[in-house]
Design a protein. Structure first.
Ligand SMILES: Cc1cc2nc3c(=O)[nH]c(=O)nc-3n(C[C@H](O)[C@H](O)[C@H](O)COP(=O)(O)OP(=O)(O)OC[C@H]3O[C@@H](n4cnc5c(N)ncnc54)[C@H](O)[C@@H]3O)c2cc1C
Length: 421
């Protein structure tokens, strides 16, 4: 760890010279990227400072104390960037990292398919080589933010004669091209954050293959380990998790818009990490702080959140030591979904009969109701609870693997999944 007080002074001096909420968001993100303070654990060469996770905490604390707006968030910085940093060539990093760290290019994740979610390795989207390009056809689903995305991380099958895990490759695909059709899906909350994405002979230049041909599963695991590290998701980035940042607007304007959105957007609340604060406010308002059962429940959730945080810190220490998040990140993912469920149930218990209302009639303009409708997704997105338990059983505890006859057969001969030709 560097000298913490010297680091603190350095960040403070830089903030004094650079931070203002009157800056256009794009200018601020450019400054953060140039200085490397937005993602301090990333390598210096790629918009970081090469700091340990303990030092990064010092940096983030200083940014927060100054009221400074965080770096870009969302699939771009949460999934695409760590995967490109871990598996990309220098040319790929040079092409894609600047757009990501400045929020100029927005990314989405094209992994799941109608017949391949938990069994992602069974996916059917095909990529076939045509000269200097790959030609991709298939259907993806549940793609968060695809309607706003310029680029996507994509897994596709390049060799159907190999067993399912072996014939996959990982690509960086331009979403703004004729062969890509994005259709939004309506969720039970009434929002449209998910999409179906239809790929019809979409084109990818050969230089946008990430990792080697046929090595797609290994690269995919790098992405998924980051996704399951839910502490990573709530790292405190700026901007909404889903959407296009308004780079020309001043930060003061952006913050005002976000405040009004978080007031009635359950997903924004969940990703922004303000749920427990709302829960405590509600507990005061409804007198739950004097109810012995509800007090117990509040303390239980707090303890779980603390344990979750320590688990996340351990994962970050692994990352800082140059490792990748391992199967242990599944523990964090499971804790995250359990905490979300407990907070949802507690919010509605605290509100009593008012918990049945929606929208402006409900307490806090119904944000806890929206959060409740978003909560089931925590145990599905990025690997379901059951799959994460399997990972812990097999890869952490060393229990025998689930029997899977499809593991060694050529993918072409499998009877499950969709779009077999
Ligand atoms: C909020 C949210 C955001 C998402 N964003 C994206 C995105 O941006 N991009 C993307 O590609 N995908 C995204 N997804 C999709 C997500 O990755 C899949 O929903 C997830 O992997 C589960 O796949 P599935 O929905 O096909 O369910 P299935 O795989 O069909 O599972 C159905 C049920 O069967 C259980 N099950 C399946 N296999 C086993 C097994 N071997 N052992 C025990 N139980 C099993 C599961 O646990 C589950 O309960 C998102 C999902 C959510 C909820």
């Amino acid at each position: 760890m560097a000298d913490a007080s010297a680091l603190r002074d350095e960040v403070r001096a830089w903030l004094a010279d650079n931070w203002s909420d009157q800056l256009p968001l794009g200018d601020w993100w450019q400054r953060l990227a140039d200085a490397g303070w937005g993602f301090p654990t990333w390598p210096r060469q790629w918009f970081g400072r090469g700091l340990s996770s303990d030092d990064a905490k010092v940096v983030r604390a200083e940014l927060r104390a100054a009221g400074a707006y965080g770096p870009p968030s969302g699939v771009s910085t949460f999934l695409a960037a760590p995967t490109i940093l871990a598996c990309g060539t220098d040319d790929q990093k040079a092409r894609f990292m600047p757009g990501i760290v400045t929020g100029r290019e927005v990314w989405c994740q094209l992994f799941s398919e109608p017949g391949a979610g938990s069994d992602l390795a069974g996916l059917a989207t095909r990529a076939e080589r045509d000269g200097d390009e790959w030609v991709v056809s298939g259907q993806k689903v549940w793609n968060t933010g695809a309607q706003f995305a310029d680029w996507a991380i994509l897994v596709a099958r390049t060799d159907p004669d190999q067993p399912k895990h072996k014939g996959l490759s990982y690509f960086l695909i331009d979403m703004r091209q004729p062969g890509v059709e994005v259709r939004p899906l309506k969720e039970m909350s009434g929002d449209e954050t998910f999409n179906e994405v239809f790929l019809s002979e979409a084109r990818i230049p050969v230089e946008n293959l990430l990792g080697s041909l046929g090595e797609g599963w290994r690269v995919t695991m790098t992405t998924l380990m980051n996704e399951r590290d839910s502490e990573n998701a709530a790292m405190g980035g700026g901007g909404s998790f889903v959407g296009r940042p308004r780079l020309d607007a001043t930060i003061a304007e952006v913050v005002a818009e976000e405040k009004s959105r978080v007031a009635d957007d359950g997903m924004a609340l969940a990703m922004g990490g303000g749920v427990f604060r709302h829960l405590m406010e509600q507990a005061q308002t409804f007198g739950a702080t004097k109810d012995p059962v509800l007090r117990q429940a509040l303390m239980r959730v707090h303890i779980l959140r603390e344990l979750h945080r320590y688990n996340g810190l351990r994962t970050k220490a692994t990352l800082a030591a140059g490792g990748q998040p391992g199967p242990e990140s599944s523990t964090g993912k499971l804790m995250g979904s359990e905490i979300a469920r407990q907070m949802r149930d507690l919010a509605w218990q605290i509100q009593g009969p008012y918990g049945q209302l929606m929208g402006d009639d409900a307490p806090l303009r119904g944000v806890m109701q929206k959060y409740g409708l978003f909560t089931p997704s925590a145990s599905i997105a990025g690997g379901t609870d059951e799959i994460n338990k399997n990972i812990i059983g097999e890869r952490v505890l060393g229990l025998p693997k689930e029997p899977d006859v499809s593991r060694e057969l050529p993918w072409r001969e499998l009877k499950v999944g969709t779009q077999r030709t």
